[in-house]
Design a protein around this ligand. Structure first.
Ligand code: SF4
Length: 357
């Protein structure tokens, strides 16, 4: 064998693909991941083409920008147009609300700044104490600990518009959807470094093989292999392919920081509706930094889906992006119509970039 070339080693990939093919199940199998980075690895390395025909690898709601309801983007837009500076990440800047995006709001006179981290936003607010800043806090469990830390020390002129969502409740919802007929989960590596393995223990008990996987091509192929092996054994288990980064307990300090600052509440997911206990809200002692309590935000119920856009079906893995009639015609990464085309982690954007290369 050639020298090991890391988690992209071609010879190992071929060997693993051979092992996967040996495990080809007699009936079609549908494996779901919920991570934009997994989808990026799968699509840009052509991993689906390596799998047996009856093994279908689908992308679930793994993009933290795509699942923020339009109404919550409308709230950020309202804030930017009504005297506060909204600070957010680049992907969120372009995500469509009911009518316009934050980018559009800026061109209409809204105050919007793009940052790489919440720390940058807090420092910005500290430099201008006479001005009000709102951080549009989106993301899954990977990004919440940083926001929790900043909530405990941010200046008085800083507040959060919290749109965080949690991955395990979304997996619960997917597992319970009869028409999805899932046969296994590939759990997200980044999120799992924070939450550990514990929250996934229930899925094998529900009959769902579950493997936490890393983001390199060999990680994902190994994750598929481990799930197919569990299916062949007829014994659903929770396994950790990403043991070089994920522990059973996860990052306990990060979990404690989140628990000190946030309560868990029901939350709406764009195109999916409400999922119980899937969102976060600042605890009462941090209410002075809760933008929804600090300002009288006046927006309507929100329109999540652009006419003709199939994002809800894409987010659930019911269709692939190229089955949407607008895909790379009316809807492109440069001119997105739906939220799934905006972020680098959106399934439509990932497929479009691959198709347009
Ligand atoms: Fe929506 Fe565009 Fe994706 Fe179609 S291609 S589902 S319009 S984001």
């Amino acid at each position: 064998m050639e020298q090991f070339r890391g988690f992209r080693d071609r010879e190992l990939a071929e060997l693993l693909t051979k092992r996967i093919r040996e495990l080809e199940p007699p009936d079609p199998v549908k494996i779901c991941h919920v991570c934009g980075t997994h989808e990026w690895t799968i699509t840009h390395n052509g991993l689906r083409h390596l799998l047996p025909e009856n093994v279908n690898l689908i992308a679930g709601p793994g993009c933290p920008v795509c699942i923020v309801p339009a109404r919550e983007i409308d709230e950020a837009i309202w804030l930017s147009l009504n005297g506060t500076t909204v600070v957010t990440f680049g992907d969120m800047y372009r995500a469509p609300g009911s009518e316009i995006s934050l980018e559009d709001a800026k061109s209409q006179g809204g105050e919007v700044k793009v940052v790489y981290s919440v720390r940058d936003a807090v420092e910005m607010a500290a430099r201008e104490p006479s001005h009000e800043f709102v951080f549009f806090a989106i993301g899954f469990e990977t990004t919440t600990p940083m926001n929790a830390v900043e909530a405990e020390r941010c200046p008085d002129n800083f507040s959060f518009l919290v749109s965080h969502r949690l991955i395990p409740p979304a997996l619960d919802a997917l597992a319970e959807m009869d028409d999805l007929n899932l046969d296994g989960f590939i759990a997200p590596g980044h999120v799992s470094t924070v939450i550990g393995m514990k929250p996934y223990q229930k899925y094998p008990e529900m009959g769902m093989p579950t493997v936490i996987a890393g983001f390199e091509p060999l990680d994902v192929l190994m994750g598929v292999y481990m799930i197919l092996k569990q299916i062949e054994d007829g014994e659903p288990r929770l396994e950790n392919e990403y043991s070089r980064a994920v522990t059973f307990e996860g990052n306990v300090k990060a979990q404690e920081a989140v628990a000190r600052v946030f309560d868990t509440v029901d939350g709406a997911w764009r195109g999916l509706g409400s999922i119980p206990a899937s969102a976060l809200k600042l605890k009462e002692e941090f209410s002075a930094h809760d933008a929804r309590l600090r300002y009288e935000i006046d927006v309507g119920p929100g329109r999540d889906v652009y006419p003709g856009c199939s994002c809800p079906q894409v987010i659930l893995g019911k269709i692939s992006p190229d089955e949407c009639p607008l895909f790379i015609k009316e809807c492109t990464p440069e001119k997105p119509k739906g939220a799934c085309m905006v972020s680098r982690e959106g399934t439509c954007s990932i497929w479009a970039i691959e198709a347009l290369l």
